[in-house]
Design a protein around this ligand. Sequence first.
Ligand SMILES: Nc1ncnc2c1ncn2[C@@H]1O[C@H](COP(=O)(O)OP(=O)(O)OP(=O)(O)O)[C@@H](O)[C@H]1O
Length: 355
Amino acid sequence: DILSTLQNVFGHSQFLEGQETVLQRVLAGESTLFVSATGGGKSLCFQLPSCHLKGSILVISPLLSLIQDQLEHMPGGVAAATLNSTQSYEEYQRVVEGLRAGKIDILFIAPERLMTDSFLSLASFLPPFSLACVDEAHCLSEWAHNFRPSYSRLNMLIRQHLKIPTILALTATATKVMERDIRDALSIPEEGTVRVGIVRPNLFLSVSREQSKRSALVQLLREDKCFSKGSVIVYCQLRSECEEVAKLLSYHKLSADFYHAGRPHKDRQRVQNKFFDGKLRIVVATVAFGMGIDKRDVQGVIHFSCPDSIESYVQEIGRAGRDGREAFCHLFYDFDDFERKKSYAYSDGIERMNV
Ligand SMILES: Nc1ncnc2c1ncn2[C@@H]1O[C@H](COP(=O)(O)OP(=O)(O)OP(=O)(O)O)[C@@H](O)[C@H]1O
């Protein structure tokens, strides 16, 4: 049964909230949406079925870095692989052979790759997949109409072309509207949603309204007992703001650097590595620093600017306290910033920022 698989293969004594319900549904062939906090143990919900289902599991994941992270953290006993455009021909062939021989339990793939003719024709020569899992499923709702239209075809391809009967969608971030979008996009029935607390109980949240956010931030990072030690991410809206704030913090002798998508890759990598190794205490970043970054001992997340939406806020504070220890999240409330975001939110008809 699944409890003994959990204990013997994965080495955990009991299920985390929601996992057992999700697993029972998935193993019974019922499509499911699982909404749970970052670090809530969602990956287990596609890993464990690989020990019970006949046929490989297909996991669709939006970022190569996330896929890499998943592969690195795969428990022993579960054979996982990926197909992507950076692979050598030999590597690709090895994975294809593994799939043909039924030796790969989980195949990770980016949605764009799944939609290529080459993958779809390859799939018709492979043994059938038993389950499709759409990881970070909020992207379906957020990106479907923007720059990744490929998401809207996913359902049809999974069900009709690949003939996979069961879909598991995973996300840490979903409002009711987003939940419905995801369910509609993947034909998951309403009763197929399993939702557990999306903000982990070890996170302590605070908000303040300041005369000067800059000096308040410096003070928080230098003197406050929650933020003056340990790794901290400071989220800013603009790239220029990240640079300016990092400079300010360095001026005040704080160990800080900035990260945003406009910085050269090697500099971003350097900042990320130093932060991971504990050689850099504070990263001042745009939301580009987030998905796929799994540093377990981040002790604080500070929103210097207003997040884009409630979902983004929940996602971003989820970077803190992944090791289960107490962690702190502070938001600097700025009336104008909030009003602006609110008007965007309502103008595109999406349920956001009800503040
Ligand atoms: N039943 C369990 N008991 C104890 N630990 C567990 C259990 N299930 C999963 N974990 C652990 O919890 C940690 C977080 O799990 P996981 O990475 O799957 O979270 P997640 O929900 O996928 O997070 P994210 O939203 O960031 O992708 C991992 O170290 C995993 O080994």
